[in-house]
Design a protein around this ligand. Sequence first.
Ligand SMILES: [Zn+2]
Length: 345
Amino acid sequence: MNQISDYVVGVDLGATNIVSLLISRDARVIARDTRKTMGEEGKERTISQIVTSARSVIGEGEKAGISSKSILGMGIGGPGPLNSDGGMIHLAPNIPGWIDTYLVKELEDELKLNVFLENDANAAALGEWWLGAGRDVDNLVLLTLGTGVGGGIIIDGEVLHGARNTAGEIGHTIIHEGGLLCSCGNRGCLEAYASARAVVKRTLSAIYRGEETLLTDLVKNKLEDITCKLVYDTARKGDSLCKRVVEEIGRYLGIGIANIVNIINPEMIILGGGMANAGNLIFEPIRKYAREHSFTAAMEGVKIVPAALGVNAGAIGAVAYVLKKKGLLKTINNFDPNLLNTFKA
Ligand SMILES: [Zn+2]
């Protein structure tokens, strides 16, 4: 087989973990590394974790006969707000002391590689578009449902950045004026209703109101042990409180998605993050309410699907970002996301 000999390092800088991949231009995954972000130990420690992680996949590549000279560059997806062209992350909410840091320059000095920075949610959307659930469409929106609700928008095969690089903050669209307080300080944001944290809060307030649920036994009355995943698992067992909470979260997400569909008219909405693993339990109400609240013509044919690349989406998208910048990105039709599971978690 004729292999293309150029490679790219892709890094996803998450609040908890860093994921690094070494991938060829034709989408062969050569190496993967994951390690803790160590954000609580400050900015310098986190940057050294990124460098160590990148060096680890470059080293694995060398063992496989790939010279570091054939590495085209490195892409990194990081938390916003950031300045992609200036290579600066303004603020990393989970890393103390991280203010206005020229991350690209620091990494280029250390690694002697050309480095490109993109917002993490945009990178994940780009990854799903290149090799994941969205590879057959050119207009998609990715929502990552985790501690927060992140968003990335791709229109005609390009990430929508907006005038000041802040586009895609779907988690902070208002679905309820004067509603629940959001982590951003505003009220009524989608994130305040549909994040994993919101699922737990909603469940707890129902328990405090005296509603019966299997959860109290499952956590032996230690209510602080209730997690979003546990709420979903218990809903699947038929628990009526948990089922109702999941339905309500699905309704809010459906309303949020209806707004997106009416504005952007995408071909696909991809849901990533932990909650997207809950299957039909969450997808059914989301589809139902999205349909109810959007224009029929806009919603027609829109697929609402789970993400395919899991925790690797950001790192894969960071690679795609570099290839796009260099005009080298090509369509890959035979990528198997399951191959990513052959690397350790
Ligand atoms: Zn908000």
